[in-house]
Ligand binder design. Sequence first.
Ligand SMILES: Nc1ncnc2c1ncn2[C@@H]1O[C@H](COP(=O)(O)OP(=O)(O)O)[C@@H](O)[C@H]1O
Ligand SMILES: [Mg+2]
Length: 192
Amino acid sequence: MQIDSSLLIPDPVPDHPLLRGRKEIGRGENTIVLDGDVVDGQERVFKVLSSPTDYAYYTAPDRPTGSHFPVVFADHGTAGRSSRGFPFHIVEVEKLYPLPGGCDAAEVATKISTSYFEACQAWRNLAQDMGRIALHHLVVSPMGWSDALRQSLKALEEFSTEYGALPDLIKADNLMMRKDGTLVFSDPVFME
Ligand SMILES: Nc1ncnc2c1ncn2[C@@H]1O[C@H](COP(=O)(O)OP(=O)(O)O)[C@@H](O)[C@H]1O
Ligand SMILES: [Mg+2]
């Protein structure tokens, strides 16, 4: 997918002992991702988060968990302030991978994105509530999701409502996968 680089957060990696010398492997509108260590065979990354909603998604006690949600290893506190106007938070998370075209997880991801987009079109007159209603539609309509996936969509809907977050299920790179092929909601919400 083409990414408009003017939308990417322009900040340098904040200076912090945990981040020094690490390779940047991803960048989005609000987040910088640096390669981490391999611990007990598990690859990790450091996500440097500037969005309070993303920080809550990764660290809140009632954050959604289960096989379709990223595993979080540690919350390493803050590192300065971002140009977005919020503190940077460093969170250590399992390393995930882009969905290769044609795999099962990619097919499910495409179905989530297109169904979500269509539901947004159907409810676009609801403006601010459109995304959450569209997500609710994905939860309650029979669309052939596995039980685990439907439960995960429901957990995302609950998180969005609880934290005033808006679902962001259209951008392809917000859904990623584990090496074993499991679809993971890497960055499914944004700030209202
Ligand atoms: N856990 C991860 N492991 C590896 N790369 C990641 C991980 N999370 C995100 N990325 C990469 O970093 C990019 C930005 O991360 P993302 O969480 O989508 O940030 P933003 O909130 O700025 O959109 C993603 O598009 C992806 O390429
Ligand atoms: Mg993103």
